[in-house]
Structures are given as structure tokens and as C-alpha cells.
Design a protein around this ligand. Structure first.
Ligand code: AMP
Length: 414
């Protein structure tokens, strides 16, 4: 019996070489936009102490309740594969004393994350996010700038059908009072709610706005909205954010029911959706999380950030093929002299590919054409080298590796 073949785990995928170009384009654009605005790249570990997420993301969230890959390590510690990037970055900010740097600290990342979710198109168990965090300022310009930068990345990548929804959650105090008001309203209409929403009224009433259940949606259409309960300073902050977005020409829809699946947000929240994406329409989102760093043991530090899904961006973006790396030299010949020429040519900065499959001379010529090589070096066992112009087929003996490389470099700079 044949040995059974193995497959990648459900909800994961391989990035094959032919899929690398659009991902590279995404990374290039994100890097240019964010580093151009003074953001610096950060990378945190793929796993963290589980407590970081129960404390940081919130014990009542779907992520913590149902979606984390949590496991004990051999030393008996509870670890979790990171389901999101903000809590780890805030942990790093506190751990490395970044509050002494000039504020705000502006960080960006492009990393993979893990959530045990129902796998489907646009929803994976290991997925990638590009994200940015601005830590150490409550200026409304931070919120507006964050949004503008994500908007720039999405528009440069020609992500189609984009809509920006914007809301404000107010301060924790206003939100707590509103939660009680909303919970009372939900209890009064409990019999029309889905059992799942009804069971979580006291735990997380805001999530009722996210429900698809028809009865729940009817009830929510008449529910009190948070925007009406905001404190004057939060309304003022939100107005300042909007004024800056208006000034930058960024169109948005005010959405008083926008709640995000993570507990740490306060004040501004936003989400970009694309109507090209079907059911999984969220491309990216974020907001302000002024209380999170304190929750993780740091001092009070206002902050704001976002994360966008790499797979969703790629699904809804226009793809332009990237030019592949030019092959300056294809070394035909399999002996030591051929290998030495390839090594020396690479040290000189040329893009070199070596014959690795024992092809005949004819096969080698075909392979050189397939690679689009500009030059072919025919190297004999004796060490004698002839350079062939791939276009004309013209051959010319050269006096050793250094002469061959000099000649190719001369042509390259013409
Ligand atoms: P969130 O951290 O849940 O706000 O997610 C931010 C963005 O990441 C979403 O808008 C999606 O584009 C993307 N995302 C979240 N979860 C997944 C997933 N399981 N698979 C693919 N993309 C995801």
C-alpha cells in the first residue's frame, strides 16, 4: 500500500512561488507608505503567554472564548499562538520602556496570526495582517492619520469597492453606562433575540449589533445608540478626527453601531470593507485603545492602530505582474570551473543561475531562454570559458572568469 500523502492543516495555505509577486507588491507599498510616514517595523514572537490575550483582548470576546490556539509547553506554561498584533506590541512597548522614546512611538508589522475559525474563502486559521500602531498620543490627528495611511495603502494597491465606516465608542465610563442601558433594553426584548445573543446580554451586549439573526436585527434597529451617550470631550475628539478626514478628502460613512470584535477599543473605531469580497467583506479596521497599555501593567498611555487582512487585500486588489529578477548570466557546464565562475559572478553583484539538472548543451540553451538569461557562459572541464549572447547566439572565448564578469558588467551598464 502506498504511503498516504499529507496535506496542510485545514484553514491554512501554502504561498506558492507564482503567488509571491502580489504579496511582495503589498509589502512594498505598505512599507513605502508607513516608513515614509515615520513608522518603524516591529516583529514580536509567534506565541505569547496566554494571559496577554485574556487580559488584553478581553475574556468575553469571541477570540478569547473560542478561537485561540492555546497549549501548555513542556515547562507547564500556558502559551497561545498570537491571534492579533496589538496586545503583543503593547506588551513590547512596556517591556522595552518605549515610553522614554520620543512620543508617539509609531510601529508597523506584517506577520501571521492564528485563530481557530470556520475556514472559508477569505477566512483562514493562519492568516497574515499588515498593521500599524501609534502609541503615546491622544491627538485626534493620530486617529485621522492612521486611517489615512491605511486608505493610501488600499488605494495604491487598487483594492476595489472600498467603503470606510467610522464611529466612536467614547470613554470606558460612558461605554459602561451605555452598556447598562443597552443590556436593560435587550433584557426587555429578550424573547425576540437569538439564544446566543440572549445568553451574552450581560457579558457583552454590544456584540448584539453584529448578529445576523433576523429577530435580533429587528430589535437592534430600535436599540439606543452609543453616539447619543458620549461625553462632550469624546464628541469633541470625534469631531476633530472627522474634520481632519474631511480636510484630507477621505470619504466615510458614520456608523453608530460599529463595534469591533475586540474589547480594548475606546473613542474612534473604523473599518474598511470591500463589496468585492462577499460575506467576509472586512478588509481592515482598528481604532483607539487608550486603556490597553495600563491594562497590561504600563502607565496610562493613549494609542491608536489598525490591522488589515493580507488575503482579503489580495482578493480584492488589482494585480499587476511584477517584473521578475533579470538573470544576467546562466552558467552552462557542471564542473568545478563552472561553479567557481558562478560564485565569483555573484560576488560581483550579478544575478546568476547555474545548470543543476545535467542537461545536454541543447537543453541548456533552452533552459537559458526559459530563464530569459542575457548571457550564457559555456564552461568546459578544462576551465575554458566562452560567452554566448543569448539573443544573437554569438559565441566569444574569454580569458578566464574575471574577464567574463568584466564583459557582462560592461554590457549591463550600457
Ligand atoms: P481584526 O483583528 O479581527 O479586526 O481583523 C482585522 C482584519 O484582518 C480583518 O478586517 C480581516 O481583513 C483580517 N482577518 C481577521 N481574521 C481573519 C481570518 N481568520 N482570515 C483572514 N483574514 C482575517
Amino acid at each position: 500500500m502506498a504511503t498516504p500523502r499529507l496535506q496542510a492543516p485545514r484553514g491554512t495555505y501554502d504561498v506558492l512561488p507564482e503567488q509571491a509577486a502580489p504579496r511582495l507588491a503589498l509589502e512594498t507599498v505598505a512599507r513605502r507608505v508607513l516608513e515614509g510616514a515615520g513608522y518603524e517595523r516591529i516583529e514580536t514572537p509567534a506565541f505569547e503567554a496566554t494571559e496577554l490575550f485574556t487580559r488584553g483582548v478581553g475574556a468575553s470576546t469571541d477570540i478569547v472564548q473560542k478561537e485561540m490556539y492555546t497549549f501548555p509547553d513542556a515547562g507547564g506554561r500556558s502559551l497561545t499562538l498570537r491571534p492579533e498584533g496589538t496586545a503583543p506590541i503593547c506588551r513590547a512597548y512596556v517591556e522595552h520602556g518605549m515610553q522614554v522614546r520620543s512620543q508617539p512611538v509609531k510601529l508597523w508589522y506584517l506577520s501571521s496570526f492564528f485563530r481557530y475559525e470556520r475556514a472559508q474563502a477569505g477566512r483562514y486559521r493562519q492568516f497574515w495582517q499588515v498593521g500599524a500602531e501609534t502609541i503615546g498620543s491622544d491627538d485626534p490627528a493620530v486617529d485621522a492619520e492612521s486611517i489615512t495611511l491605511l486608505w493610501s495603502i488600499l488605494s495604491e494597491l487598487e483594492v476595489g469597492g472600498i467603503v470606510l465606516r467610522l464611529g466612536s465608542l467614547g470613554t470606558p465610563a460612558a461605554r459602561a453606562a451605555y452598556r447598562e442601558q443597552l443590556a436593560a433594553y435587550l433584557h426587555a426584548h429578550q424573547e425576540r433575540l437569538s439564544p446566543e445573543v440572549a445568553a451574552r446580554i450581560d457579558l457583552n451586549p454590544l456584540r448584539a449589533f453584529d448578529a445576523d439573526h433576523p429577530g435580533t436585527r429587528e430589535v437592534m434597529a430600535g436599540a439606543p445608540v452609543l453616539m447619543d451617550a458620549l461625553a462632550p470631550e469624546d464628541l469633541e475628539h470625534f469631531a476633530e478626527v472627522r474634520a481632519r478626514l474631511d480636510a484630507a478628502g477621505i470619504a466615510y460613512r458614520l456608523d453608530p453601531t460599529l463595534v469591533r470584535g475586540l474589547d480594548y477599543y475606546a473613542r474612534t473605531v473604523f473599518e474598511f470593507t470591500s463589496d468585492l469580497l462577499g460575506a467576509q467583506s472586512a478588509v481592515g479596521g482598528g481604532g483607539r485603545y487608550d486603556g490597553l497599555i495600563e491594562q497590561l501593567g504600563g502607565s496610562h498611555t493613549p494609542a491608536c492602530g489598525w490591522a488589515a487582512g493580507v488575503e482579503r487585500i489580495l482578493l480584492s486588489a488589482e494585480h499587476r505582474p511584477l517584473p521578475r529578477a533579470v538573470c544576467d548570466l546562466y552558467v552552462a557546464g557542471t564542473g568545478v570551473a563552472a561553479f567557481a565562475l558562478a560564485a565569483e559572478a555573484r560576488r560581483a553583484g550579478l544575478n546568476v543561475q547555474l545548470e543543476l539538472a545535467g542537461r545536454s548543451r541543447k537543453g541548456q540553451r533552452k533552459q537559458a531562454a526559459r530563464l530569459g538569461a542575457v548571457h550564457v557562459a559555456l564552461v568546459e572541464e578544462s576551465g575554458s570559458i566562452a560567452l554566448e549572447d543569448a539573443e544573437t547566439g554569438e559565441q566569444e572565448p574569454v580569458d578566464g572568469a574575471a574577464a567574463a564578469i568584466a564583459q557582462i558588467l560592461k554590457g549591463r551598464h550600457l
